[in-house]
Design a protein around this ligand. Structure first.
Ligand code: C2E
Ligand code: CA
Ligand code: CA
Ligand code: CA
Length: 278
C-alpha cells in the first residue's frame, strides 16, 4: 500500500510537471509566433436576425506553430494574457483585421461591421492610441469597428474604464460586451459607460428552446438590451430552433455554426460574393 501511495505521488507530480512543461512550451512558442508569421485570422459571419443577410464578421485568432499542430485560442490566449504577450499580438489582430476589412470594402463588398476581441491586458495598455494608429494606417471606417470586451474589463477601476471608453467612443468605434451574463460584475456599468451591444453568451443559447431557465434568461437579456437601446447579438447559434426563438424575442444579430463557421479570408470573401450574386 505504501509503495502504491508513493507511486501515485510520483504520478501526480509527473502530471503537474507535464502540464507545466506544456505551458512553458506554448509560452516560448508564443514569443516567436509574431515574427515567424504563425498567426492568422478567421472571420465568422454575423447575420441580421430578420433578413439573414451577413451584416458583420468577428475576427478570431488562429495559431499554427511552424513546428507543430495548431493550438486553439482557448488554450493560448490565457497564456498570452498572463505573460503580456497579448498586447503586441492583439495589436497585430487589430491591424490585420482592419486592413482586411478595408480591402473588402475596396473590392466592392458591402460595408460589414468588424468585431475584434480585446483582452484585459490590452485594454489597460493604452488601447485607444493603438486603435487610433491602426485606423489611421488602414483607413478603415471607425464606425464599422466594434471592440468586444468581457465583463472582467469593466470590473477594472471605473475611472480607467470610463476614460478609456470615452477615448474609444471619441474615435467613433463601438463597444460590445462579450459573454454577457457570465461575469460577476454589476449591471451598473451599463448605464455608467456607453456600451452599444450586448452579446448573449453561447452557454445560454445551447439549450434553447428546451431549457425554460435559459429561455427566461435570454428574454431578460434582450428586454434589458432593448430598454437601454442597445443592440443584442446571440452567439453559438447552431440550430434553426435556437434561431427561431432568438428571432422571436427580437434579438438583432445572430452568429453561430448555423450561419457559418469562422473562415479564412478568401473563403469568407467568396461567400460574401456568392450572396451578392443571388
Ligand atoms: P469568443 O470571443 O466567445 O468567440 C466565440 C467562440 O465560439 C469562437 O471560438 C468561435 O469559433 C466559437 N463558435 C462560434 N460559433 C459557434 C457555434 O455555433 N457553436 C460552438 N460550439 N462554438 C462556436 P474560438 O475561435 O476557438 O475562440 C475562443 C475564444 O478565444 C474567443 O471566444 C475569445 O475569447 C478568444 N479569442 C479568439 N480570438 C481572439 C483575439 O483575437 N483576441 C482575444 N483577446 N481573444 C480572442
Ligand atoms: Ca468574442
Ligand atoms: Ca463570446
Ligand atoms: Ca467565450
Amino acid at each position: 500500500a505504501k509503495e502504491n501511495g508513493r507511486n501515485s505521488y510520483y504520478f501526480y507530480s509527473e502530471g503537474l510537471n507535464e502540464k507545466l512543461l506544456h505551458r512553458l512550451h506554448i509560452e516560448s512558442g508564443l514569443r516567436h509566433a509574431l515574427e515567424q508569421n504563425e498567426f492568422s485570422l478567421h472571420y465568422q459571419p454575423q447575420v441580421d436576425a430578420v433578413s439573414g443577410e451577413v451584416v458583420g464578421v468577428e475576427a478570431l485568432l488562429r495559431w499554427k506553430p511552424s513546428s507543430g499542430a495548431p493550438v486553439g485560442p482557448d488554450e493560448f490566449i490565457p497564456i498570452a494574457e498572463e505573460t503580456g504577450l497579448i498586447v503586441p499580438i492583439g495589436e497585430w489582430v487589430l491591424r490585420e483585421a482592419c486592413a482586411q476589412a478595408a480591402e473588402w470594402r475596396r473590392d466592392g463588398i458591402a460595408p460589414l461591421n468588424l468585431t475584434v476581441n480585446v483582452s484585459l491586458r490590452q485594454f489597460r495598455s493604452d488601447i485607444a492610441s493603438a486603435v487610433a494608429t491602426v485606423l489611421r494606417d488602414t483607413g478603415f471606417d471607425p464606425r464599422s469597428l466594434t471592440l468586444e470586451l468581457t465583463e472582467s474589463v469593466l470590473m477594472e477601476s471605473p475611472e480607467l474604464v470610463e476614460e478609456t471608453l470615452q477615448k474609444l467612443k471619441a474615435l467613433g468605434v463601438r463597444i460590445a460586451i462579450d459573454d454577457f451574463g457570465t461575469g460577476y460584475s454589476s449591471l451598473a456599468y451599463l448605464s455608467r459607460f456607453s456600451i452599444d451591444t450586448l452579446k448573449i453568451d453561447r452557454t445560454f443559447v445551447l439549450d434553447l428552446p428546451d431549457s425554460r431557465d435559459d429561455v427566461a434568461i435570454v428574454k431578460a437579456i434582450v428586454a434589458l438590451g432593448k430598454a437601454l437601446n442597445l443592440s443584442v447579438v446571440a452567439e453559438g447559434v447552431e440550430t434553426a430552433e435556437q434561431a427561431d426563438l432568438l428571432r422571436g424575442e427580437r434579438c438583432d444579430v445572430l452568429q453561430g455554426y448555423l450561419f457559418g463557421r469562422p473562415l479564412p479570408p478568401q473563403a469568407l470573401r467568396e461567400r460574401l460574393l456568392d450572396a451578392r450574386a443571388v
